[in-house]
Design a protein around this ligand. Structure first.
Ligand code: GDP
Ligand code: MG
Length: 811
């Protein structure tokens, strides 16, 4: 809680002082130190300032200042205990202060410098890591305990500077303004230090507690570059700790240093001013003096930082300052500086400030960096010579894609068969040893039938994700965007739009979120809307199931056909939208090509485990629940022989093929008729039959319709629902066999080859799952695009499925 939250008469213990260095120094000099007891005496008539009692004297603080002091309240209860057991108040106070040893840390740095890797190591999380810019979107929070402190770590999106031009920059700037982390960890890439330190100079201006993590230290050593980082740290007034986030090397030292800085015990920490040209310094001094006269200026940024940002015409800072009465005076200072600089140097203040900062960095590096030869990474050059080559680029990409799908479907079959037989074995065992009744039916038909039919695909999905994450982590994904740029331009999109498309093979939800790397609004929107057509891994179970059941010999062609169809529909939709909605595109293609990095086994395994965990959780959650609901809806109400009307029995028997009728005994026949009646009069059957007329032209039965409806929740549910609804006579019979076996009563199989093909096309294109729609609505900011996606995709799915079915009938 903050000091400003106290009410008159209440007491608290100071835990920490937030805000920039100068402010902290001033209030600490006044006696606001950690562990001290402080009582609010009274508020001024207008609530501001507030009078406090501290160390036998009274001080007054502004509300905005009191808001920067964190306290732990002392309750009446605490006081009572204190009186009873007569604890020395001092001891009690320090105890209280120790209890709140929480350090809030924000990870700030350029894109692709290893912030998320560091975050994962520190907090044990499994956040998405990739070797290209723009992987992390939004802030992620994690916690860890270390040496009696609790670390609250926040991973922020990458940013090159703290101006408010791109959404990421604005996000980081607002975060630093509103959340006031105790220590900022500035992650800096060792091998690209010059550009990385630019952001550091801005953080230094801000004058907040900071530690630099010199990450990817291994690369520096690999290139035989020596950097005297201790000296550099002393120069910058910020301690520098070398780390290798990919392996966890140096993290302990980093955490120790963070604690030191937090406890104000680090010898290297001091506040420096990065001096600039006299003209700029003169104007800055004027501005800072004038800013300081505004009593309720935001205490989170130092006046120098605000003044520099104001001179740079940073939109966010201008908005922050606009309402102060002295704003016109400040604008005057900036105007005269700019006209002076324009006349003398032909440039405005913001250009010169950047140049001066880079000059400062170069100077600092010249004194501390010793390069011994090959700074250029030859391996990256050699790989790129092939991978981005005019002739080889595309074949290599197609080969990798082919390998990815081949491994997913072909290699994945073996472990899949093992899991399948394990599940059959369990069903058999339960089937033999359990007593008949609803519970047995629930377990065998509902849970094992539903969840079991989907869980078998876990190996395939892990293989697919391993490929995707290898492409992302190695840096190949950025090259894919690069070679695809020209083709994507024909669709009116960027090369960058291709990354979400490849990621969509895994799951559409993170793919849609990753579109935030696309600056152009219209390109981003189109990329989002075409993503559901990219066949995600949740659709794999349906393909494997139906292709295996109906086209055992051309399975591979069916897969290729479906993936291609998805891509073609995506391209078609993109072109259509470009033509009719968004005629022009705004921003050109800028994307960093990072050096190749071999993903570590640790990171790969972590990633794989995260995906497996996610999949198993989905099985145990959504899919389990859906299976049970579907089972219950199809199981109830229960009927017995007496409920069946006479004419149902007559028609059923009349429809039976003669050869079956001949060799079936009476009891067995009765059982079959009851089962048929039960199924076709369950609650679910009414739902299915309500929808079925729409699907009649595609020849989908009511059970298939139910599975499609349920599949709106998640596409795996289509398979689990089919698994629950098509119950075989034999518990261990594979679902794929059940789907092509004709019913003994109607003589009709659940699917024909043609309707199975139509079903596959429909599932590929129809209603994106609920999670995807949520992502679309969130990322586009309006439910309209979510609704559009539902309607457009489903009607397209119907049309194309119908055409497919009709064509297939001809063969
Ligand atoms: P972010 O964009 O700053 O969040 O960076 P990521 O954590 O996503 O990492 C970018 C890439 O650098 C990934 O491919 C990581 O595997 C890799 N990486 C991270 N830290 C290190 C490191 O210390 N050494 C090396 N060689 N690679 C690293
Ligand atoms: Mg990241």
């Amino acid at each position: 809680m903050r000091l400003s939250d106290l009410k008159p008469g209440e007491t608290g213990i100071i835990v920490k002082i937030l805000g920039h260095g100068a402010f902290r120094k001033r209030v600490m000099e006044m006696g606001f130190v950690k562990g001290r007891q402080i009582t609010l005496v009274l508020n001024a008539p207008l609530q501001d300032p507030i009078k406090f009692h501290l160390m036998d004297y009274e001080v007054s603080l502004r509300k905005s200042e009191a808001n920067m002091i964190e306290i732990e309240p002392i309750t009446e209860f605490d006081k009572e205990i204190e009186e009873k057991i007569n604890v020395e108040p001092i001891e009690k106070e320090s105890q209280k202060a120790n209890k709140a040893k929480t350090i809030n840390i924000a990870l700030v740095g350029n894109p692709n410098c290893g912030k998320t890797s560091l975050f994962n190591i520190v907090s044990g999380a499994h956040e998405h890591v990739g070797n290209y810019a723009g992987v992390t979107v939004g802030a992620k929070e994690g916690k860890m305990k270390y040496k009696g402190y609790e670390f609250n770590v926040v991973d922020l999106p990458g940013t090159y500077s703290l101006s408010a031009y791109s959404p990421e920059e604005l996000y980081v700037m607002r975060y630093l303004r509103e959340e006031t982390p105790d220590v900022i960890v500035n992650v800096v890439v060792a091998s690209n230090i010059e550009r990385n330190l630019f952001l550091t100079t801005e953080l230094i201006d801000m004058n907040r507690s900071m530690v630099i993590a010199l990450n990817m230290f291994d690369e520096l050593e690999k290139h035989h570059i020596k950097l005297e980082y201790d000296v550099l740290g002393k120069m910058l007034g910020v301690p520098i700790v070398p780390t290798i986030a990919a392996t966890g090397w140096g993290i302990d030292k980093l955490l120790d240093t963070i604690i030191e800085v937090y406890e104000l015990q680090n010898p290297d920490t001091r506040h420096i001013h990065i001096r600039m040209r006299p003209e700029i310094e003169d104007s800055l001094r004027l501005l800072v003096d004038s800013l300081k006269k505004e009593k309720d200026l935001p205490q989170r940024f130092s006046p120098r930082f605000l003044a520099i940002k104001f001179l740079e015409k940073d939109p966010e800072t201008q908005t922050m300052l606009r309402d102060y009465p002295r704003y016109n005076e400040w604008e005057g200072i900036r105007g005269s500086l700019n006209s002076r600089l324009e006349k003398e140097l032909g440039e405005d203040a913001s250009a010169i400030i950047s140049a001066e900062k880079f000059g400062f960095i170069q100077g600092a590096l010249a004194e501390t960096m010793v390069s011994q030869g090959d700074k250029d990474d030859n391996s990256t050059k050699i790989i790129d010579a092939f991978v981005t080559n005019k002739l080889f680029g595309f074949p290599i990409f197609i080969l990798i894609m082919w390998l990815m799908f081949w491994a997913t479907f072909q290699i994945g079959t073996y472990p899949m068969e093992w899991i399948e037989s394990l599940i059959s074995w369990i069903s058999n065992l339960l089937g033999e040893h359990m007593h008949d009744g609803p519970f047995k039916d629930l377990l065998l038909d509902g849970i094992i039938g539903g969840v079991g039919s989907v869980i078998v695909f876990l190996p395939n999905i892990l293989i697919l994700y391993t490929f995707i994450s290898f492409m992302e982590d190695s840096g190949y994904m950025a090259r894919v965007a690069f070679i695809m740029d020209k083709l994507m331009h024909r669709m009116g999109l960027h090369g960058k739009s291709f990354i979400p498309m490849v990621m969509g093979f895994g799951c559409n939800v993170p793919a849609i979120m990753s579109t935030r790397i696309i600056e152009s609004h219209s390109s981003r929107l189109i990329t989002i809307l075409i993503n559901p057509f990219i066949s995600c891994s949740a659709r794999i179970p349906i393909y494997v199931l139906l292709a295996g059941a109906f086209f055992p010999h051309y399975g591979a062609w069916i897969f290729v056909g479906l993936y291609l169809l998805g891509i073609i529909v995506a391209i078609f939709t993109a072109r259509l939208m470009r033509k009719f909605w968004f005629k022009t595109d705004e921003t050109p293609f800028v994307m960093e090509l990072p050096p190749y990095r071999m993903p570590t086994a640790k990171a790969t395994l972590r990633n794989m485990w995260a995906k497996a965990d996610q999949y198993i959780k989905k099985m145990g959650g959504l899919i389990l629940v859906a299976s049970i609901i579907i089972w219950a809806l199809s199981y109830f109400p229960r009927y017995n022989e007496n409920d069946i009307p006479e004419d149902f029995v007559v028609t059923a028997i009349a429809e039976l093929p003669p050869e079956i009728l001949e060799d079936i005994d009476g009891e067995r026949l009765e059982e079959m008729v009851l089962k048929e009646y039960q199924e076709s009069h369950s609650i679910l059957s009414y739902v299915g039959k309500f929808v079925q007329p729409v699907m009649e032209p595609l020849d989908f039965g009511w059970k298939a319709c139910c599975s499609l409806l349920a599949g709106c929740a998640a596409k795996e549910v289509v398979v689990s629902t089919l698994g629950v609804l098509y119950v075989g006579d034999d518990d261990a019979e594979l679902l794929s066999v059940r789907l092509r076996t004709p019913s003994k009563i109607t003589g009709k199989a659940p699917f024909s080859q043609a309707s199975a093909l139509g079903f596959l096309v429909f599932v590929l294109l129809y209603f994106p799952c609920v999670a995807t729609i949520t992502a679309i609505v969130k990322e586009t900011g309006t439910w309209r695009w979510g609704l559009f996606s539902v309607l457009y995709n489903t009607s397209l799915a119907w049309g194309l499925a119908w055409i497919t079915y009709r064509i297939a009938l001809l063969f």
